[in-house]
Design a protein around this ligand. Sequence first.
Ligand code: EPZ
Length: 419
Amino acid sequence: MDQFIIHGGQKLEGEISISGAKNSALPILCASLLNGTSNIIHNIPQLRDIQTIKKLLISLGCKWERDDKTVYLDSTNISTMQAPYDLVKTMRASVLVLGPLAARFGYARLSLPGGCAIGARPINLHLDALRKMGAEITLSSGYVEVKVKKLKGARIYLDIPTVTGTENIMMAAVLADGETVIENAAMEPEITDLANVLVKMGAKIKGQGTDSMIIKGVKTLRGFKHTVIPDRIEAGTFLIAGVITKGKVVLRNADPAQLYALIGKLRNAGANIKINKELITISANDKLRCVDIKTLPYPGFATDMQAQFMALMAVSDGLCVITETIFENRFMHVSELCRMGANIRIEGAHAIVTGVKKLSGAPVMATDLRASACLVLAGLVAEGETRIQRVYHIDRGYVRIEEKLRALGADIIRAKSAH
Ligand code: EPZ
């Protein structure tokens, strides 16, 4: 397994280009199952999770070619509708094949995704919606089976605006008989990106990007060409890298409209942020101030940015409360930050952070994707050497992060772990 070795204290300066969004590429690649023809998707990031969905889609019968950031995906010959345990267990987003397979074939069998480090993450809302659309759902020996002659449109209210749940329902509804209404739908930019792809295929969708979507089923769908939107979480992570090291970082290809909650909070904390067409520039004259954050569904502050923001608050002035409302166990990074000298106390869903003068480098362990990013950010500013074990977590969501950071002046290398 690989580790990162970081020597903190370097100011990050320069320009980086933001890669395509992982959480947009994954549903769009699964949506390609719907049309039974060939599709071209540009700006696909080179990530472990993309490798995983590639294996899954090929195992179902898809043809997959890749040329740099473009994937040519052909779903003409689907030979099986089963997603096996050994693939699903490595990535929960595999659940995104349920909707398209049920819509096109009336059948899907998926190993139930287990929980993960950040929470139980059930898929009850996905399954309740498919049931309402006429599917028969059976759970046995760790698998979920979806069977239906033909899905029919339904009015679905989501107790929680689940992101992949909304995406599964969208992909189920586009070929269903009649109209589907999704209320309390997720509004993330990745939802709108998927809707744009489905519309390119010939789907009839209204209200994407709002909490209420109306989808009229159609008979068939055609092939599409699409360029995936930029990754707002990678962009946010690099904004924090620039400001935590008191450097000056310019992001190219980022979309500021996706980042208003984070940009607003960074400005309240004292960061200088300039936005023009497709460049975002961040810098900080001196220490930032601690500001409270509360994670919420989009357009609120993204839960996927909580850990990274906490690293910044750990070395800012004052005290703040960080409240995590989306996942029940998304403070795994706190104990590792405290080992680096941070002063953080957890009270239920709240982390009370008192800024300290400095962090000290230490050997730490990555537990999940965004917690790993948090530890990298802390390592960039800590005094001395930080070794982060199990960086395969970070490779799931960031394209060669150590190379991008080194290009900005960070002292970070990837090395084989001693054990
Ligand atoms: C998506 O996960 C993202 N993954 C996550 O990003 C992100 O953290 C999350 O949305 C929230 O924004 C992808 O898009 C591939 P949810 P998802 O369903 O869809 C509960 C990353 O770092 N819930 O919106 O799985 C659930 O337990 C990853 O890239 C149910 O109870 O998240 C959670 O508490 C991590 N029943 C809350 O809703 C359900 O049926 C939000 O989950 C579905 C969800």
